[in-house]
Design a protein around this ligand. Structure first.
Ligand SMILES: Cc1cc2nc3c(=O)[nH]c(=O)nc-3n(C[C@H](O)[C@H](O)[C@H](O)COP(=O)(O)OP(=O)(O)OC[C@H]3O[C@@H](n4cnc5c(N)ncnc54)[C@H](O)[C@@H]3O)c2cc1C
Length: 349
């Protein structure tokens, strides 16, 4: 186990994403979700790994905006937009992945402090963040599984915090991911975000927003993959002709671009709804599931159009292919998104 050295991204990039997603009162540009999605799309089009790191420097900041006190917002948000801090959101545990309500990292109130024990896995910025939101079990005796948790902010320089960087990721290798450990980590009770015991509901409200961003990741990645494929088929010749001239290629390009446009429309709709206080869990889940599936399919076909060259790591499409899969896994697997959609479409029966 080791603690990785901290690094700082260049201020301009580091701040762009945090700046755009954090309210203007706390040092951000006050852009809406739709504008933020458009920025994400452009970055993911060019490099998913770098974009993942840049776009996650303020991952979880929405919790402060939604549920934080004025003091908490003033304390934590400006440092993100000034490029002086990196944050993350630690939810997943070895036995609590899709089933977030099974999280067993405990936070016990002792006097004026919460004492935190447990561990989280696969956490973005795990070895570089300055502070985390940590999804903790605070009400183990509560009958309802959805009223057992609370969200606490934990600074990573507190004694008892350790991280272990994960080096074996399939894709998005430019971004930091780590397993993190809490051993009697003490935080003041003022570090509680929102209401004690309401952490699960607060988390779901965060997902209703963050999943729209993941949909934008998918749209950007797929557009970047299609752009590369188009460039390749317009220059590569076989059987004496450009590959672009074969009708099979043209059908593929037509299908890929239409799928991207469908996902983009759904993603923009989901973001527009967030911006206009018409948040709809089902629409966000549809956008997240569909854009991620579309990205995996489009990047597969884009690599196919590169032939054997696409399988080599000197071609960017190989990196895009490895990056795409995680979009169907993090922040709610495709199966979980479909469960959310079906529950809302079917209603009671
Ligand atoms: C690169 C990367 C970055 C990440 N960053 C973070 C982060 O910053 N913070 C964080 O907290 N977590 C993070 N995660 C963890 C991620 O959110 C989880 O991997 C994800 O929620 C799935 O949990 P799991 O891996 O435990 O899979 P499991 O929940 O064990 O799922 C395994 C399979 O079973 C299926 N399944 C599970 N339950 C059901 C069900 N009820 N019905 C049908 N199928 C089901 C799933 O869909 C999946 O296909 C990250 C993961 C990765 C890979």
């Amino acid at each position: 186990m080791r603690i990785a050295p901290k690094f700082r991204l260049p201020l301009t990039y580091n701040t762009l994403f945090s700046y755009s997603r954090i309210d203007e009162n706390y040092g951000g540009a006050g852009l809406g979700f739709l504008e933020h999605a458009l920025i994400l799309e452009e970055f993911w089009k060019v490099d998913p790994g770098i974009s993942q790191e840049l776009s996650s420097v303020s991952f979880g900041a929405e919790e402060f905006l939604l549920f934080g006190t004025q003091d908490q917002k003033r304390k934590y948000l400006p440092s993100l937009t000034q490029g002086k801090a990196i944050m993350g959101f630690a939810i997943t545990e070895p036995d609590a992945g899709s089933d977030t309500a099974a999280a067993a990292t405990t936070a016990v109130l002792e006097g004026d402090e919460y004492v935190i024990n447990g561990n989280k896995v696969m956490i973005g910025n795990g070895s570089v963040a300055d502070f985390f939101l940590v999804f903790c079990l605070t009400e183990p005796e509560e009958a309802s599984r959805s009223r057992r948790h609370s969200i606490l902010v934990v600074e990573t320089d507190r004694p008892g915090y350790e991280s272990d960087k994960i080096d074996g990721k399939m894709g998005l290798r430019a971004s930091d991911t780590a397993n993190i450990f809490f051993s009697d980590v003490r935080v003041p009770k003022e570090n509680l975000i929102g209401v004690r015991g309401q952490g699960f509901y607060q988390l779901m409200q965060f997902f209703d927003r963050s999943r729209a961003y993941v949909a934008a990741h998918g749209v950007g990645l797929a557009q970047g993959a299609l752009d590369m494929a188009i460039e390749h088929v317009k220059s590569r010749e076989q059987f004496g002709k450009k590959i672009a001239s074969f009708q099979i290629t043209q059908l593929k390009v037509a299908e890929m671009s239409t799928m991207i446009e469908l996902a983009r429309t759904l993603t923009h709709k989901a973001c527009w709804m967030v911006d206009n206080d018409k948040i709809d869990t089902k629409t966000v889940a549809m956008a997240k599931w569909f854009a991620a599936r579309m990205a995996v399919e489009v990047v597969d076909e884009a690599l196919q159009l590169h032939g054997g060259y696409g399988y080599m790591n000197d071609h960017d499409i190989e990196r895009f292919y490895r990056a795409a899969k995680v979009l169907e896994i993090y922040e709610g697997t495709k199966e979980i998104e479909k469960i959310i959609i079906a529950q809302r479409v079917l209603g009671k029966y």
